[in-house]
Design a protein around this ligand. Structure first.
Ligand code: DPP
Ligand code: ZN
Length: 861
């Protein structure tokens, strides 16, 4: 397959001012008539008109009302000898009922839906399917009235009516120019929740959330999130909703999380539907974030869009940063940051160290769908955050204003965004642009020296990034503070350092005692920090650091060192020994939950994940690592049994369920206590978990109990088996809850997890046509470090089979499964041989999809 390069970008030869679509949903397919008014791009030399298409049956082509010759291939339609401006009409038939890729227009249970980002519009009609072609759309839909009573497209409803044979039609007009990837239509049988929002300038926006019939009682949370997002964007960024109608449609079959189509967002049900008995605290919070994310795209993505797909982070990094900020304001800023970094380390750092590593603005790709990644999204958000850190919040806001002043209505590049920030702040971002161009996670090595005579502390920071193409240094914002050994913040020591050289020293004056440095506060840059801080220093920070992120980080660093050392011990056949100091620190954390917040304490007592830990080891022994981490959990459970039991008993939430951060924090800590208590399996604790499972009035508590039971190893655990069976029996008609049921089994530590997962692929609850089911059962298994990377290669062989079963049917989702092999080279030779064989089997498959081929080729390369 062909590689596409950023350096080859050229502007479109033609511009499309208006698009008129007539979409008729019929028994033998959907007929799409498209009328485009075209003119040559005056900035570009004359070229023929080349349109993109995929799986289109062409029925007619005419120019200015007359037949016109054309050259058609499977993926392009070329017209020569066109006048400088003209009207092109094409008629095609498509088969949405057979569209299993869920890209373009497809059938789902309750109707027809579309997904056009990145290149789905070409599966609907012939078009210059690239984001720098922006047009005004009018869309008329026709369908059977009884089967598809709801007909939606972007923009405003213009007219509608009945036609012969029980059919009806509706016309929608979108007043805003947009790229084709933001096109959407829906035809279905759906219920709707309506509301309104009055903007700061007094306009009333009609809001609507459409869901499958019977699910209206699971919509209010998403609606509230939408209104909060609208208000927040006005207050924080002065950005108002520009639309008269803002619609969200939820669909159960969806490749991604959600899609920001102009005025007609289409969402995975996972990020819309919630009710206390079916959704967890984390689900509620994710819905807030995703609803906000798609709404925020209306400005960062839609009003100002991407020139080309290499610029994806222009809209995604920025919009993730915005939704993170919204989530932090809405919930709990401390734990929000901790979770962001936890996620970054679990997904993005491994990606950046593996075969798919790429800069946040990639320079080439084979399949753009493979670049909707943690790097483009989450590292992209970190880069935006660093810009704000470097210039300050006010200048950042001024930069946003300047960005919209310059580029509203345009398709632009990452450089354009940074230039607006530079203009508003006067900051020179030349060196900073390295963050956009290089893959890999930079490392900072820190060394501190306190000089008693001069009462000064010299901090030397050196940077490196072995994955980068050269040794040039990054500009890295490093937030620092110094603490005294008794935990006092040393006055005047809070600084934002700008590390711009390969190695650089920073001097702190008036430091009268040997300080405890706290580096990278609030995780001011997405880097690894190598610093030989002592356990005593880390204990001081864990107890006293006023930046909650770095307090948490100190605990993670302590635990990380212990687990990694224990993993080596276990691999050598020895039993790890755990220091009392760590247990004491954990005890203090538990005791301080009232002052420090239960949510924070829950985060602080959650040990670093195996995937994150594995990145710190050159050759990973997944069994030893797993045993080491479990051993520390068990040790804490033994040493702190009374504390865990006491907190478990006292932290109950007696008020009616709300997903408020305060209640959620209490539940999180209480459920963490439960998860420690079940570390020593026994009848009493099984009963405790089972009682919670049975009596919980909300999914957070019910699911936490189920997860605790699902990890129990013993062959004969009656409570585990009953809970799993009861859970399914009770929730089998709630698709999203069934996903949880699948995932709790695929992520279990139990040694027989693969056998369970295999059996579940044949269970009626599983469906290879539904991405959420695949993510819950198969991909989640691929993230189960110890079980997926089984020494006998069984996990790899299973994954290869699943990829091959899926690659043709849904290449995007299959390709995400293939990413489970990203880190195969981190394991021993035996495992590597198994993984390589599995990858080769996939690569050598005849007719392998481009998506999967790119991933496995890079993995093997
Ligand atoms: N553009 C979408 C989003 O990230 C991805 N489909 O919101
Ligand atoms: Zn997005």
């Amino acid at each position: 397959p062909q590689t596409i390069y950023l350096k080859d970008y050229t502007p479109p030869a033609w511009l499309v001012d208006t698009v008129d679509l007539d979409v008729s949903i019929e028994a033998d397919g959907t007929v799409v008539s498209a009328t485009q008014t075209l003119r040559r791009n005056p900035a570009v030399a004359d070229q023929p008109l080349v349109l993109d298409g995929e799986e289109l049956e062409t029925l007619a082509v005419s120019v200015d009302g007359r037949e016109h010759p054309y050259l058609a291939s499977a993926t392009s339609l070329t017209l020569n000898d066109l006048p400088a401006s003209c009207t092109l009409r094409t008629v095609v038939r498509i088969q949405p009922d057979n569209n299993t890729r869920l890209s373009g227009m497809y059938r789902s249970k309750d109707g027809y839906f579309t997904q056009c980002e990145a290149q789905g519009f070409r599966r609907i009609t012939w078009f210059m399917d690239r984001p720098d072609v922006m047009s005004t759309y009018t869309v008329t839909l026709h369908a059977d009235r009884a089967t598809f009573p709801v007909l939606l497209a972007n923009g405003n409803p213009v007219a509608s009516g009945d036609e012969a044979n029980g059919r009806h039609w509706a016309t929608w007009a979108d007043p805003f120019r947009k790229p084709a990837y933001l096109f959407a239509l829906v035809a279905g049988k759906l219920d709707v929740l309506r509301d309104t929002f009055r903007t700061a300038s007094g306009r009333e926006v009609q809001l609507a959330i459409y869901v499958e019939p019977g699910k209206l009682d699971q919509c209010p949370h998403a609606m509230a999130a939408l209104k909060k997002s609208m208000k927040w964007d006005e207050e924080r960024f002065g950005l108002e909703c520009d639309l008269d109608h803002y619609m969200i449609v939820a669909v159960g079959d969806f490749n991604m999380g959600a899609m920001e189509n102009k005025g007609l967002n289409i969402f995975n049900t996972k990020y819309v539907l919630a009710r206390p008995d079916v959704a967890t605290d984390v689900d509620f919070e994710n819905i807030d974030r995703v609803v906000a994310h798609e709404y925020f795209h209306n400005w960062t993505g839609n009003r100002v869009t991407c020139r080309d797909w290499f610029q994806l982070s222009l809209k995604e990094g920025l919009t993730v940063f915005r939704d993170q900020e919204f989530g932090a304001d809405l919930h709990n800023r401390q734990t929000a940051r901790i979770r962001e970094v936890r996620g970054l380390r679990a997904a993005q750092f491994p990606e950046d160290a593996g075969p798919m590593a790429h800069p946040i603005r990639p320079e080439s790709f084979v399949e753009i769908n493979n670049f909707y990644t943690a790097t483009v999204y989450e590292k992209g958000a970190e880069v935006i955050r660093m810009i704000q850190t470097l210039i300050g919040r006010d200048a950042f806001r001024a930069g946003m204003d300047e960005y919209f002043r310059r580029h509203d209505g345009q398709a632009v590049t990452c450089e354009d965004f940074v230039a607006a920030m530079a203009a508003a702040s006067g900051f020179d971002f030349t060196q900073f642009m390295r963050w956009y161009r290089q893959p890999g996670t930079p490392r900072i090595a820190a060394d501190g020296f306190w000089d008693a005579d001069s009462a000064s502390y010299t901090l030397t920071l050196s940077q490196s990034n072995p994955r980068a193409s050269d040794d040039a240094p990054y500009l890295i914002p490093v937030r620092v503070a110094l603490f005294a050994a008794d935990g006092r913040l040393l006055p005047g020591s809070e600084r934002l350092l700008q590390l711009s050289a390969s190695s650089q020293s920073f001097v702190f004056e008036n430091v009268a005692e040997e300080p405890v440095p706290s580096l990278l506060r609030d995780f001011s840059a997405p880097v690894y920090l190598d610093f030989d801080d002592t356990p005593e220093q880390l204990t001081v920070l864990l107890a006293h650091e006023s930046d909650p992120f770095n307090a948490w980080e100190a605990g993670q660093r302590l635990a990380t060192r212990l687990i990694l050392a224990a993993s080596t011990e276990i691999a050598a056949g020895r039993t790890p020994v755990w220091p009392a100091s760590f247990v004491d620190a954990a005890r203090q954390l538990l005791q301080s939950h009232a002052e420090r917040g239960a949510a924070f304490v829950a985060e602080a007592l959650t040990l670093p994940g195996e995937t994150t830990l594995a990145e710190l080891i050159s050759v990973v022994d997944p069994d030893a690592l797993h045993a080491a981490r479990n051993s520390l959990s068990r040790h804490l459970a033994e040493q702190l049994e009374n504390e865990f039991a006491g907190l478990y008993a006292s932290l109950t939430v007696s008020e009616a369920y709300t997903p408020s951060s305060e209640h959620a924090g209490r539940r999180a800590l209480r459920n963490l206590c439960l998860s420690y208590l079940v570390e020593f399996d026994g009848e009493a604790v099984r009963e405790l978990a089972f009682k919670q499972f049975r009596e919980a009035d909300n999914m957070t508590d019910q699911f936490a109990a189920l997860a605790a039971l699902a990890n129990i190893n013993a062959a004969d655990c009656r409570q585990r088996d009953s809970a799993l069976a009861e859970f399914y029996a009770r929730w089998q008609d709630e698709a999203l809850v069934v996903d949880k049921w699948l995932q709790v089994q695929s992520t279990s530590r139990r040694p027989d997890t693969l056998a369970t997962v295999k059996a579940l692929t044949a269970h009626p609850a599983f469906d290879l046509g539904n991405p959420n089911k695949i993510y819950a059962l198969i991909r989640a298994f691929g993230a189960n470090l110890v079980r997926f990377n089984a020494a006998d290669g069984s996990g790899y062989a299973f994954m290869a089979e699943q990829i091959l079963a899926l690659h043709d049917r849904n290449p995007q989702v299959a390709s995400r499964l293939a990413r489970c092999f990203d880190r195969w080279k981190k394991f021993d030779a035996g495992r590597q041989a198994h993984a390589q064989a599995a990858l080769r089997r996939v690569r050598d498959h005849q007719g392998l999809s481009r998506d999967v081929l790119e991933v496995v080729t890079r993995a093997l390369g």
